[in-house]
Write a protein that binds this ligand. Sequence first.
Ligand SMILES: [Zn+2]
Length: 240
Amino acid sequence: MKTDPIYLQEPYETHMEGQILTVIADQPGVWRLILDRTVFYPMGGGQPTDQGKITFTDGTEADVFQVQLKDGEINHFVKMGREPQPGEQVKGSIDWDRRYKHMRLHSAGHVVDFALHLLGYSPNRLKPLKGDHGKKPVITYGGTIEEDFKAALQTKTDELLNKNLKFSWGFKPLEEIQKNAIYLQPGLPANKPLRALSLEGVGTVADGGTIVKSTEEIGKITITAIETKEGNTLIKYVIE
Ligand SMILES: [Zn+2]
């Protein structure tokens, strides 16, 4: 990847200065920009895209309405009145309210996941498959459980939130994460350092989303439903 993804190390960074490396014409009036560095989180791993603005040295402003990983590169989709050029210096800023909400929702998903692990369900009886931390947050696990564990999961989740635990993160080689992680999702690249995400005193997983500093910032998590579908278990939640 040509772009330095600032959001992985510094999720509270809202502004950046950078340079356009590549411009790809998308639709009339829409271009995809690849930058040397970015604070914009590209849609993925269940976390929705960041949005925001890019400003040019001539004063042109462009709306960034979507950011996507395409062919291994972070593509910023922008609408603007003139054609942007490679080499141009730009300033970028994200819509922080939108990002912070998604960051809290994504972090909440991990708290629920850690709670399931502490209850002994994940990763063996329930195998973590994917999370969706957008408008209708849901975490999907392979396998089903006969007993009703919604109340137990709520209690364990509340317990973790009430302790106000710290999240920490850093890049580590795959072998090191393998030694410490609760589970590793299939298909992780072995040829580059992965970001490990830890919840204080609970455990570590491999993760590429944006995370808050401590569980206090999430507020309250409510488990709204636990459903089974085609051999999978869907855990739905909301935050306040
Ligand atoms: Zn995650």
